[in-house]
Design a protein around this ligand. Structure first.
Ligand SMILES: Cc1ncc(COP(=O)(O)O)c(C=O)c1O
Length: 415
């Protein structure tokens, strides 16, 4: 950071503080992970300079010899990794990727069936606060009130009566496996396109520790910075027959120049995703989530859907008489970072919500395993059961630091 320290010491200090914060706290945010240092290097590399429009071999600016190689490499590696017929590596984000899919095959006003946000879905799946709901006519399926899992019979019923042009399967806070095959059959029955949004799950899918949506879906979108452990940005996979429409919808349709440093980071993480280290992290991520769910259950917490099949554990804190917001804030003051989360049929004030979402991706990337999950569950419980007891928070913060020091960021990756 020597150049940054020279040009802007104030900002350099913030970057150093952030690095220290990450190192010294337990990151349980399901939508983040610690990426390999090589990802940070390529993000800050010379690839940041180049302005590109169009696709390799058909650009609108000169000087693309090396960036064409980079994009082709990302395309080749991404297609192989996920077994996709076509890939577009240019989306700036998961939301841009979803928007491009919608606009590539839908007309404004077309019907789309997706998961309700309070039941696990994402803003970009037609939530009223998202521009997607102003462009298309979304209806939402929910989880079953008893099992808190997707009720595929209900989805089928809704699909038959609504006759949507597209069905979306994928979520931000759904701890269970998604049955892409069943969704594929439902979509076929009603002649709808099927989009799987695996933003949260891409790393687990890449490591083949959970099933892939690719064989069953017309489109698959994902982000590279959650379980995928890469840089930021989105990716779209699709069947060959949609390739041309999709590429045109990304550029020139809804994006201009693309971020070459992000594309380079995508190429890199697609290579690293085939290594034993990556697989080990993803396997641990799953095992750790199961261990946490079991631990919290034994401590009397209510786990949404009764458990987990992925990297997330969703906890309803209603029976503990603490809101999600209060839990998030207390835990942060003790060095444990997670986010409050709405739970199905949440009756709490929308600013406070009733739940918390715990992700094991970042702690698993640090190399933590089952013994550390037992410790983490204890520490979280101590904070939540002792509201405003500063002495408890201080002790937990100290224990968090000890745990973090034993598992420095990057240690697992450098093994
Ligand atoms: C399921 C899902 N889709 C899309 C997105 C959006 O990604 P981005 O924030 O990169 O636009 C997210 C992000 O949290 C997500 O969880």
């Amino acid at each position: 950071m020597k150049y940054l320290r020279n040009d802007d010491p104030e900002l350099a200090q913030m970057a150093a503080d952030e690095e220290k914060r990450l190192e010294n706290t337990l990151n349980l945010i399901a939508a983040e992970s610690h990426c390999p240092r090589s990802i940070l290097e390529v993000l800050g590399s010379a690839f940041n300079t180049k302005t590109i429009e169009g696709y390799p071999g058909n650009r609108f600016h000169a000087g693309c010899i090396y960036v064409d190689q980079v994009e082709n490499l990302a395309i080749k590696r991404g297609k192989t990794l996920f077994g996709a017929e076509h890939i577009n590596v240019q989306p700036h984000s998961g939301t841009s990727a979803n928007l491009a899919v919608y606009f590539s095959v839908l007309n404004t006003g077309d019907k789309v069936l997706s998961m309700s946000l309070p039941h696990g879905g994402h803003l970009s799946h037609g939530h009223k606060a998202s521009i997607t709901s102003r462009c298309f006519d979304f209806s939402h399926y929910k989880v079953h009130p008893k099992t808190e899992q997707i009720d595929y019979d209900q989805v089928r019923k809704m699909a038959r009566s609504l006759q949507p042009k597209m069905i979306v399967v994928g979520a931000s806070s759904y701890p269970r496996l998604l049955d892409y095959e069943k969704m594929g059959k439902i979509a076929k029955e009603v002649s709808a396109f099927l989009l799987a949004d695996m933003a949260h799950l891409a790393g687990l899918v890449a490591a083949k520790v959970i099933p892939s949506p690719v064989p069953h879906c017309d489109f698959v979108t994902f982000t590279c910075y959650k379980t995928m452990m890469g840089g930021r940005g989105g990716v779209i996979l699709c069947k060959k027959r949609f390739a041309k429409r999709l590429d045109q919808t990304i550029f020139p349709g809804c994006q201009g120049t693309s971020a070459v440093n992000l594309i380079a980071a995508k190429a890199l993480i697609f290579k690293l995703a085939q290594t034993d280290k990556f697989m080990r992290v993803q396997k641990k991520t799953l095992e750790n989530a199961k261990a946490l769910a079991k631990n919290f259950k034994e401590k009397g917490y209510r786990i949404i859907s009764g458990g987990t099949d992925n990297h997330q554990v969703l906890i309803d804190l209603t029976c503990k008489k603490i809101s999600g917001k209060a839990a998030e804030e207390s835990l942060e003051s003790a060095g444990i970072i997670l986010n409050r989360n709405v739970v199905p049929e949440d009756e709490e004030n929308p600013g406070k919500v009733s739940g918390i979402r715990i992700g094991t991706n970042a702690v698993s990337a640090r190399g933590m395993g089952k013994p550390q999950m037992d410790r983490i569950a204890d520490l979280v419980d101590q904070v939540l059961m002792n509201p405003e007891k500063i002495q408890v928070y201080k002790k937990v913060k100290h224990d968090v630091l000890t745990l973090c020091n034993a598992f420095p960021i990057g240690m697992e990756w450098s093994k």
